[in-house]
Structures are given as structure tokens and as C-alpha cells.
Write a protein that binds this ligand. Structure first.
Ligand code: ATP
Ligand code: MG
Length: 352
């Protein structure tokens, strides 16, 4: 198991240290850790947010555990030198096309949700968002029409193989959970969505054990706040997934708790190669203070064990330990508590 640790900027190194502490406590056999600079620190030390040696390391590893990038001192740099470019470069170089964002309500944190506690309590869902296609990557321009009016356009497209591979990720994720997959589209208006729906139905033949449903994105946005407990795995395109995954985050509360995985097609000996990171950023406002909540990164490490190394049991142990720590009142400042970064990491280790 070759794991590349890329702590990055701001609170990245602090939260990474505690995620590593939790991984170490599992005493997994045959693990090799590598570490490299990425983001603003990559730029300052090596002249590039994604230095070549970091990229090579990420390519050679089975999985990448990523902290956060973002550095206010880099704000004036040309776009390709900004810290945020590192994650885009990694996604592209590693062929990561599927973004997985679980949203789970931890017992006792219902009051942090934007929803009523009794509605929030039932949230245990996973959003699988396609990352490489859709309106973000089609031809786009603002042009001037013959009559002088300006017109903006963005070409939305999906090829069937792009839909097929993300559908497989969705079905496989559902097999590892409650075996329900909801495909979200806008097939009543969009041809891309009609193709999406057709292909998802076609792929479903290979997963007879998964119950497939379809929902229009407008209804999905409504159902996500009305009755989020109805969802297990949601699979959707890049644009709809962008919006729905942020909406789902607010439904559970703190960003200090939310993990993510980005997967590609490359297989490791035990699973799928991937990049794992908390959904929050580098939080420059609290960097170096020892107050950042490392739980999102710890939970990202759990996703890494599950998806890249087939270590479902250890992944579940980490998740249960985090849930128990929270239930015992171990809460960071982001959750209205007073526990510091190291204290939270230690509390999770103690409950493994
Ligand atoms: P970036 O540009 O890197 O995305 P940002 O400031 O836009 O940075 P975040 O870094 O996600 O966005 O921070 C948003 C707010 O949430 C900040 O006030 C930050 O302190 C807080 N925050 C983010 N992550 C954590 C964490 N793990 N623990 C505690 N607070 C956090
Ligand atoms: Mg941000």
C-alpha cells in the first residue's frame, strides 16, 4: 500500500498529522508513506503549485491523501501558478472522473444542520458526481450577434462512455451501502440527460441487486431538504452534482466533518486508485493555532482504506470512532466545542 500524503497549505499540515496518527494506530501491514509539497508551499519551495516530483509521487502511489491548498500570499499570481491549480492538475493527471461526497448526520449534531433536527437525523447519503464532462468542459464563449447583442453560451455534452463509467461507480457504491441508487437528471428538458438516463438504465442490468430510481434535479433539490433520509446513493452529472453536493453539506452542518474521494479507472491491487481530501479549504484564518478539526481528513483516510485498499473493516472502525468521539462531546471549535486538533486526533485513536 503506497500512500502519498500531500498536506498542502494553511491547516493542511495540522490536520494531516492527525489523520496519519489514526492510520498509524491501525497498524496496517505493508504501508509505505510518502510526503510532498503541494499548493502555495509547492510554489514557494519549488516554483510550482504541483511540482513535478509531487506529481510523479502521486502517479506512483496507490492513493493520495490530500490536506488543503490555498494561500492568500499567492493571490496575485498568474492563474496557472495559484495553489488551487494543484488539485485540478492532479485530477487531470490521475484521470479522476468520479467525486464521492458522503453526507452523514452524526448523532448529537442535529442542531448544526440547516434542517429541522428530526429531518436531519435521517441523513446518510452519498453523492457521486461526474467530474470530467458536462457544461464545464464544452465549447463556451461570449459572442456578438449580427444585431450587436452579446450572447453567452456553454455547450453541454456527455458521451455514452462517460455516463457508463460514472454509472458503474454509482452502482458499485450502492452495493457497498443500502443498495439504492437515485440517478438525478433533467431528462424532461435536456438531451444530455435523456442519454444519461438511457445509459444508466442500460448499466443497471449488470446490478440486479441495486434498486434504481430517477429524479429530476429540481425535485432532487427539494427532496434533499424535505426528506433527505430517502436517499442512499445519488449519481449525477458535473453541474447538478456541484450544486447538490454543497446543498447536502449544509444539511449535515459543519464542513470540518465532511470527507470526499475522487476516483478514476486505474485499479490498485485491492481497489481503485483515488485521491481523498476534506471538502473544506486551507482555512488560513485559523492556520497554525492547533484548533482545526481534523475529523474530515480522518474520515477521508477512512474512505481511502475503503475504496483504494479494500479495507472496509478498518474504514468502518475509523468512522465509528469518530462518531463515538462526537457522541462523547469531543467537539472542535467549528462544532461549538473547545477540543483542539491534537486532542480530537487522540480522542479518535482512543476509540478505535
Ligand atoms: P480556501 O480558499 O482554501 O477554500 P476558504 O477560507 O475559502 O479557504 P475554508 O478553508 O473551507 O474556505 O474555510 C471556511 C471557514 O471554515 C473558515 O472560517 C475556516 O476557519 C473554517 N474551517 C474550515 N475548515 C475547518 C476545520 N477543519 N476546522 C475548523 N474550522 C474550519
Ligand atoms: Mg473556499
Amino acid at each position: 500500500m503506497k500512500i502519498a500524503l500531500l498536506p498542502g497549505d494553511g491547516i493542511g499540515p495540522e490536520i494531516m498529522a492527525d489523520a496519519k496518527k489514526v492510520l498509524d494506530a491501525l497498524r496496517l501491514p505493508n504501508v509505505t508513506y510518502w510526503e510532498a509539497d503541494v499548493g502555495g508551499i509547492g510554489y514557494r519551495r519549488h516554483g510550482h503549485p504541483l511540482p513535478p516530483e509531487t506529481l510523479e509521487m502521486a502517479k506512483a502511489a496507490d492513493a493520495v491523501l490530500f490536506g488543503a491548498v490555498g494561500d492568500p500570499t499567492c493571490d496575485g499570481l498568474e492563474r496557472h501558478l495559484r495553489p488551487e491549480q494543484a488539485i485540478l492538475g492532479l485530477r487531470q493527471a490521475l484521470g479522476l472522473f468520479a467525486n464521492l461526497r458522503p453526507a452523514t448526520m452524526f448523532p448529537g449534531l442535529e442542531d448544526l444542520s440547516a434542517l429541522r433536527p428530526e429531518v436531519a437525523r435521517a441523513i446518510d447519503l452519498l453523492i457521486v458526481r461526474e467530474l470530467n464532462g458536462d457544461v464545464y468542459f464544452g465549447e463556451k464563449a461570449i459572442r456578438t450577434l449580427d444585431d450587436g447583442r452579446r450572447q453567452g453560451f456553454d455547450f453541454m455534452s456527455y458521451a455514452e462512455d462517460e455516463v457508463r463509467r460514472i454509472a458503474h461507480v454509482g452502482f458499485k457504491a450502492a452495493q457497498g451501502r443500502r443498495r439504492r441508487l437515485c440517478s438525478v437528471d433533467k431528462a424532461n428538458v435536456l438531451e444530455t440527460s435523456q442519454l444519461w438516463r438511457d445509459v444508466v438504465i442500460e448499466v443497471s442490468a449488470e446490478y440486479p441487486d441495486v434498486e434504481l430510481s430517477h429524479m429530476y434535479v429540481d425535485n432532487a433539490a427539494m427532496q434533499l431538504v424535505r426528506n433527505p433520509g430517502q436517499f442512499d446513493v445519488v449519481v449525477t452529472g458535473n453541474l447538478f452534482g456541484d450544486i447538490l453536493s454543497d446543498q447536502a453539506s449544509m444539511c449535515v452542518g459543519s464542513i470540518g466533518l465532511l470527507a470526499s474521494a475522487s476516483l478514476g479507472e486505474q485499479q490498485t491491487a485491492f481497489g481503485t486508485k483515488g485521491l481523498y481530501e476534506p471538502i473544506h479549504g486551507s482555512a488560513p484564518d485559523i492556520a497554525g493555532q492547533g484548533t482545526a478539526n481534523p475529523m474530515a481528513t480522518i474520515l477521508s483516510a477512512a474512505m481511502m482504506l475503503r475504496h483504494s485498499f479494500g479495507r472496509e473493516q478498518e474504514a468502518a472502525r475509523i468512522e465509528a470512532a469518530v462518531a463515538r468521539a462526537l457522541a462523547d462531546g469531543v467537539k472542535g471549535a467549528d462544532l461549538g466545542g473547545s477540543a483542539g486538533t491534537r486532542e480530537i486526533g487522540d480522542a479518535v485513536v482512543a476509540r478505535l
